[in-house]
Every structure is written in structure tokens, then in C-alpha cells.
Ligand binder design. Structure first.
Ligand code: SAH
Length: 196
């Protein structure tokens, strides 16, 4: 098996693992009633589609067909090994955040019935550890897919969702939790501990 094929398979296994990992949490979150869905807008659907395109569709087409071929380059072994490690770290963090958010998790922005603010565990380090996990996944995609379009597509796709969403999510949390969220914002960064 060539290194490129191995790397493509590692990427696909990572995405499949993410999907499977999420199934039980999706069930749990669905059972929880929604108190405020005002933020579940058409704009959110568009952002989610852009993210899915970059993290899913574009890299899947490349992995299956090597399209667009002109943008491909030969990867190094170190790059692929780093990609596997970064994807593993992303999955671990993803699992932690789901375990902690539990029934308060949602694909789009919403406040659930009896919603509680989580500020411990990985949520003590940053305010958006699940988004940190998605950025790690996007970074793993850059490392695992040796193609100048399919590789960075995830960073662009998820980055678009993140930057257009995060301010609104924090605004929604401030409205729901008031001073408690403001204090939480003062002592934490968004996605990288101590930096951003
Ligand atoms: N931005 C968070 C959560 C993503 S899931 C992260 O990256 O980890 C999105 C939902 O999580 C939002 O609709 C919001 O209701 C909920 N949420 C976000 N931060 C939360 C927190 N600290 N405690 C409880 N729920 C939170």
C-alpha cells in the first residue's frame, strides 16, 4: 500500500470514528426539550453546509478519486504520522466534550430545558473545546490529505462556521446565563488555552 493510500484510509477511519462516537450523544440530546431555538436559523444551516463541504464532501471526493489531481503533492512519512496523532487527539477531545455537555449539546445554536452552564473539565481550559476538536480534525486533514485543495478545505469550511457563529453563540449564552457566563468569559479563552 502506498503512503498516500494509507493516509487516505486513516482520514476515512477518523471521520467514521467521529460519526459513530456521536450517535449515542445525538440520541440523548434529541430527548431533551428545547427552551430557546431562536438561534436555529437559515444562516446556521448555510454555515453547517459550508463546514460539511470542507470537512466531508471535498476530502471524500479527493480520497475516492484523487480529484483535483493537479493540486496533489507527495507527502512525507512524518507528516502522515503527525496527521494520525492529531486526528486521535481530536477524537479524544471530541469525546470528552460530548461526555461533559451531554444533553445540552446541539448541532445548531439552542438553549435546552433546564440548561446548565458547564465550566469544569475541558470546559475549564477553554470556552469552546468542541470547536478546538474540530480545528484539530481540520489540521489532521491538512496533514493526511496531500492535496493543496482537499487538505485545507476543512480549515476553510469549519473556520467559516466558527468565525460566523462563535460571537452569536457567546451572545446567546450571555442572554441565558448573564453574569455567570460573563465571569466565565473573563477567565477563559475561546479555543486555545491562554492564547485565543
Ligand atoms: N461551543 C461549545 C459547544 C458546542 S455545541 C464547544 O465548542 O464546546 C453548541 C451548543 O452547546 C450551544 O447550542 C449551547 O447551548 C451549548 N453550550 C455551549 N457552551 C456551553 C457551556 N459552557 N455549557 C453548557 N452548554 C454550552
Amino acid at each position: 500500500m502506498s503512503l498516500v493510500t494509507f493516509a487516505k484510509i486513516a482520514w476515512a477511519v477518523g471521520v467514521a470514528a467521529w460519526y459513530v462516537l456521536r450517535i449515542p450523544f445525538e440520541r440523548k440530546a434529541k430527548r431533551q426539550g428545547v427552551a430557546d431555538a431562536r438561534h436555529r436559523t437559515a444562516r446556521e444551516i448555510i454555515l453547517l453546509s459550508i463546514s460539511t463541504l470542507g470537512l466531508g464532501v471535498v476530502p471524500a471526493v479527493y480520497a475516492a478519486t484523487s480529484f483535483p489531481r493537479f493540486a496533489s503533492y507527495p507527502p512525507s512519512l512524518a507528516q502522515v504520522a503527525a496527521g494520525v496523532l492529531v486526528f486521535a487527539a481530536a477524537l479524544w477531545l471530541f469525546w470528552r466534550t460530548h461526555r461533559q455537555l451531554g444533553r445540552y449539546w446541539s448541532v445548531t445554536l439552542e438553549i435546552k430545558d433546564k440548561h446548565q452552564l458547564i465550566t469544569t473539565g475541558v470546559y475549564e481550559k477553554v470556552r469552546h473545546p468542541m470547536y478546538s476538536a474540530f480545528f484539530l480534525w481540520a489540521l489532521a486533514q491538512v496533514l493526511l490529505l496531500p492535496n493543496l485543495i482537499a487538505g485545507p478545505a476543512g480549515l476553510i469550511g469549519f473556520g467559516t462556521l466558527f468565525f460566523f457563529r462563535v460571537g452569536r453563540e457567546e451572545q446567546m449564552m450571555r442572554e441565558a446565563f448573564g453574569a455567570q457566563y460573563e465571569a466565565y468569559e473573563k477567565r477563559t479563552k475561546r479555543i486555545i488555552p491562554g492564547i485565543y
